[in-house]
Design a protein around this ligand. Structure first.
Ligand code: 13P
Length: 251
């Protein structure tokens, strides 16, 4: 089953207007035909600006890093999934470990967000992953199974094509410690086995200290269909190099 490789930049709460403009100037200097999906999730505030640039360059799709489980109303500071869809945003990341840990988002809340975003036609990157303590206590697969079953409860079959999963071991995020390709592949194969519909076609990304010098060893694995990248996606040269690696891999 063919799955397209995706390189997704999660810019988190970074980048000024000046840095964004430099990023795209640098990107445009590096001539290369992209043969993978290149997505970027900037801060919500910058989505319209990136949409405009993406429209002109035609190569990058733009998404959000989070959204509310409600469409509209008295939810000060939240990001409406309805508004995201209305603005032509392509995807939304849901359940990033920073949302789970810092903002205490539960699997039950994330499930509501996933279903709501999918109902508006947004693609969803649903993130799962274990902490170091959980891995050391041999709880990785149990945690992943729980995050998958609770977070994706009642997933409508006709929306499954819009779902992507990101496996991000919490201990590998921003630490410079990447999971080995074997550890990642084991988790990805398990995650695929937990999908009740569309399993063979679902794109599963790896995230956690992905860099141009370690991406190749990850992408050759059967069940790793791309990367969700933090730090390295902020630099045009690195982002382009990651897309370059992804462009030569075929699944
Ligand atoms: P780093 O690539 O900086 O480790 O971040 C990974 C991540 O959290 C992407 O969502």
């Amino acid at each position: 089953m063919k799955r397209e490789i995706h390189i997704v930049g999660n810019w988190k709460m970074n980048q000024t207007m000046h840095e964004i403009s430099n990023f795209f100037v640098e990107m445009s200097k590096m001539k290369m035909e992209l043969k993978c999906k290149a997505w970027i999730a900037p801060q919500a505030l910058h989505i319209p600006i990136l949409k405009e640039i993406a429209f002109t360059t035609g190569s990058i799709q733009v998404g959000a890093q989070n959204c509310c489980e409600q469409d509209a109303g008295a939810f000060t500071g939240e990001i409406s999934p309805l508004a995201l869809a209305d603005m032509g945003v392509e995807f939304v990341i849901i359940g990033h470990s920073e949302r789970r840990t810092i903002y205490k988002e539960s699997n039950e809340l994330l499930n509501k967000k996933v279903l709501k975003a999918l109902s508006h036609g947004l693609k969803v990157i649903y993130c799962v992953g274990e902490t170091l303590e959980e891995r050391e206590a041999d709880l990785t697969l149990k945690v992943l199974a729980e995050q998958m079953s609770l977070g994706l409860k009642n997933l409508p079959e006709d929306k499954a094509a819009n779902l992507l999963i990101a496996y991000e071991p919490v201990w590998a995020i921003g630490t410079g410690k990447t999971a080995t390709a074997e550890q990642a592949e084991e988790a990805h194969a398990f995650i695929r086995s937990q999908l009740t519909t569309h399993a063979e076609r679902t794109v599963i990304l790896y995230g956690g200290s992905v860099k141009p010098d370690n991406i190749d060893s990850l992408l050759v694995k059967e069940n790793i269909d791309g990367a969700l990248v933090g730090g390295a996606s902020l630099k045009a040269q690195d982002f382009r190099a990651l897309c370059g690696s992804a462009s030569v891999i075929r699944k």
